[in-house]
Design a binder for this molecule. Structure first.
Ligand SMILES: CC(C)(COP(=O)(O)OP(=O)(O)OC[C@H]1O[C@@H](n2cnc3c(N)ncnc32)[C@H](O)[C@@H]1OP(=O)(O)O)[C@@H](O)C(=O)NCCC(=O)NCCS
Length: 196
């Protein structure tokens, strides 16, 4: 399925279980400023674990460029006051990993635990499936306990643990957990999930 036909399904309105009204859009260049503002309002501890520094204009510009090449396909969530979260799937152009996408989900602290992450994740799963992806990976550090718990609830399993792989903004190293989700059911290639 083409990106154009996926884009036709957006924007979509939804009401979270707590009654908050949210709109989900496909990310475009128009979301550049709202994304910078979202990132610049994240608490330090969240910024510390972002894979790339979304407070930097050049980083958001590179993301917007990746939307154009199709390496990234992203959904953004808005309330009346601005951007409150995103879910993105990134495809690696190397042919031998063409079945795999990396997803990143980030929800504003004021909206956490209200069902927005689950909704964005479910919608990005649909997008990934339509892009022909078979397996999704999510990377986080072992100390991101809430994110790991949330991703388990979303059906991801820990699949690999890489020691001292991540260096945060302060120069401290962290172990990386790679969690995965097999879009069409769990692969028989996957060994017993790791316990981390
Ligand atoms: C991970 C994250 C996206 C979850 O978003 P969210 O909007 O809070 O998630 P939801 O409210 O939709 O919850 C999804 C599920 O996870 C569970 N969950 C959410 N936060 C949790 C926590 N801190 N501990 C345990 N479970 C949690 C919810 O109960 C829910 O499960 P259920 O529907 O079966 O009850 C959000 O915490 C976040 O943005 N974290 C920072 C960014 C990050 O670390 N991303 C992960 C790396 S890509």
């Amino acid at each position: 399925m083409s990106l154009e036909s996926i884009a036709e399904r957006f924007p979509r309105s939804l009401v979270l279980p707590g009654g908050e009204k949210v709109e989900i859009r496909m990310m475009t260049a128009a979301d550049r400023e709202p994304m910078l503002s979202f990132a610049r309002h994240l608490p330090q501890k969240d910024l510390m674990f972002l894979r790339v520094d979304l407070t930097e204009e050049s980083v958001v510009d590179a993301w917007v460029e990746a939307l154009g090449t199709g390496h990234s396909t992203s959904l953004v969530a808005y309330d009346d006051d601005g951007l409150i979260g995103y879910a993105t799937v990134h495809r690696n152009p190397a042919p031998w990993t063409r079945r795999v996408g990396e997803i990143r989900v980030n929800v504003s602290p004021t909206y956490r635990n209200k069902g927005l992450g689950r909704n964005l994740t479910s919608q990005i799963f649909d997008v990934a499936r339509e892009l022909g992806l078979k397996k999704l990976m999510a990377n986080m550090t072992t100390d991101q306990h809430s994110a790991q718990a949330a991703f388990r609830r979303l059906g991801f399993v820990p699949e690999a643990l890489l020691a001292d792989y991540v260096e945060d903004r302060r120069g401290t190293s962290h172990d990386l957990v790679i969690m995965s989700y097999d879009i069409d059911g769990h692969s028989d290639q996957v060994a017993e999930p790791l316990r981390v």
